[in-house]
Design a protein around this ligand. Structure first.
Ligand code: GDP
Length: 450
């Protein structure tokens, strides 16, 4: 996601930053390129236009152009405007969470088109409410249109350990909703998730049904699920829904795919509602709070250290996370650190994700993909590091030709594999140094109490 946009913007800003002085024309030229990049990423035209006007106005100010680092300042202005465009105003750049503040059962109504990932997201959200909020959840499918939709929710409910309303064949949506509310009350459920019916297109019957369900269940949250891969269509769909029901937020699915990003970037402006969560895969834990500031950082190629470390912290021992954060803050990164990272990559569902989140790792990631690297390679790399002596792991510069042959033999690999690993380590070490220079980890060390 955002890869092409990120590359394009990177090119524009490299040019800007590379120059000592800037004049108004330089900024306007750069903004023209940014505008094209946004439109190519499928950002809705009015949204792109407003963005460019806003940024240009701020960036051509004398205080920016006369400053010592005009290029950097322009990038900062673009960054801030991106955060805003992604909904930064809603939660101060942080994710906007669920509002569950009401008498139980709090109702969350899920709406969206068929195939958008609505049912999957309902189950993911129920799991999150159970595990992260520690609340008792229940789900009910009101989807009587799609064959087997109700069974699908039941199966997912069993997977995530959340009860679903027993199915009564032939019952209509409003009646199901009523029954669900009663059941939720009887069973002291905190949060009731209603998975409403999808349709292939937005139509009036669907809207009427949604309104009827909303009227009897008084939902605290009405979350629209849209597929980020559908780009401009997602935005149009969102606009239609927003015009008919009072949405409280959006869940953008398939953010793990190669969507160009337009849906994410236009959604806030078009619906006036925050993107609350991003779906990042088919598994039940692939639902993440949507952090505008972090996403903007990722688009501008500055990486997403905070989410990376939070993710890491969730899957590794706290002690390891602390150690890692401290070493990263110092710009240190030896083979032991690489090994720990590789282990985390495996834990976190493979290679792609972490690499995409790290500053300076885009290139390394492309190189990995080009060399056909997959998770088996992670195991091989682990074996290579395992065949190094502790001294070599702490000081990779010791690795001369003779040692490499020994390590290749020891790990059942080739010297060229050892070389590849060393190259990767160097790339990551460089990235760590870069992070240290940016001073981006100050808060991080604090987060771990050091
Ligand atoms: P619905 O018709 O809107 O209820 O759609 P479903 O929930 O049945 O989802 C349709 C398909 O999309 C399923 O195969 C899901 O596993 C898949 N899916 C849903 N969300 C995501 C996501 O965030 N990423 C990926 N890769 N697949 C998703």
């Amino acid at each position: 996601m955002f890869d092409t946009l990120s590359d394009r913007l990177g090119g524009v800003f490299d040019k800007l930053r590379g120059r000592g002085a800037l004049n108004e024309q330089d900024v306007r030229d750069a903004m023209r390129e940014v505008r094209i990049a946004l439109l190519e990423a499928d950002v809705a035209l009015p949204v792109a236009r407003r963005f460019i006007d806003d940024v240009t106005e701020k960036a051509v100010g004398q205080s920016v152009l006369r400053s010592v680092t005009p290029g950097q300042q322009v990038v900062k202005i673009v960054n801030d405007a991106l955060v805003e465009m992604l909904g930064g105003g809603d939660g101060g750049g942080e994710a906007v969470g669920l509002d569950l503040n009401a008498a139980p059962p709090v109702v969350i109504m899920m709406v969206g088109l068929q195939g958008s990932g609505k049912t999957t997201s309902t189950a993911k959200l129920a799991k999150l409410i159970k595990e992260k909020h520690g609340k008792k959840a229940m789900m009910a499918s009101l989807d009587v249109n799609r064959p087997a939709a109700q069974e699908q929710l039941k199966v997912l409910g069993e997977q995530v350990g959340v009860a679903t309303l027993p199915i009564i064949p032939g019952q209509q949506p409003v009646d199901i909703a009523t029954r669900a509310l009663n059941a939720a009350k009887l069973q002291a459920v905190d949060v009731l998730l209603l998975d409403t019916a999808g349709r292939l297109h937005v139509d009036q019957a669907l809207m009427e049904e949604m309104k009827a369900v909303s009227a009897i269940s008084a939902p605290k949250e009405i979350l629209l699920v849209v597929d980020s891969l559908t780009g401009q269509d997602a935005v149009n769909v969102a606009q239609s829904f927003a015009g008919q029901v009072s949405l409280t937020g959006v869940i953008l699915t398939r953010m793990d795919g190669d969507a160009r990003g337009g849906a994410a970037l236009s959604m806030r402006a078009v619906t006036g509602k925050p993107i609350k969560f991003a779906g990042t895969g088919e598994k039940m834990d692939a639902l993440e709070p949507f952090h505008p500031a972090r996403v903007a950082n990722r688009i501008l190629g500055m990486g997403d250290i905070v989410s990376m470390v939070e993710k890491a912290a969730a899957t590794i021992e706290v002690e390891d996370a602390e150690k890692l954060a401290q070493r990263m803050a110092k710009g240190q990164f030896d083979m032991n650190d690489l090994r720990m990272q590789l282990k985390q990559m495996q834990n976190m569902g493979g290679l792609g994700m972490l690499a995409g989140m790290m500053p300076g790792m885009k290139k390394a990631k492309a190189a990995m993909a080009a060399s056909g690297m997959d998770d088996r390679v992670l195991l091989r790399m682990d074996a290579i590091i395992g065949s190094m002596t502790p001294k070599e792991r702490a000081k990779p510069e010791l690795l001369n030709a003779k040692r490499k042959i020994r390590i290749a033999n020891g790990s059942g690999t080739q010297v060229q594999d050892v070389n590849k690993l060393i190259k990767m380590h160097q790339e990551m070490e460089r990235a760590m140094k870069q992070i240290k220079k940016m001073g981006g980890l100050k808060g991080l060390a604090a987060m771990f109490g050091k």
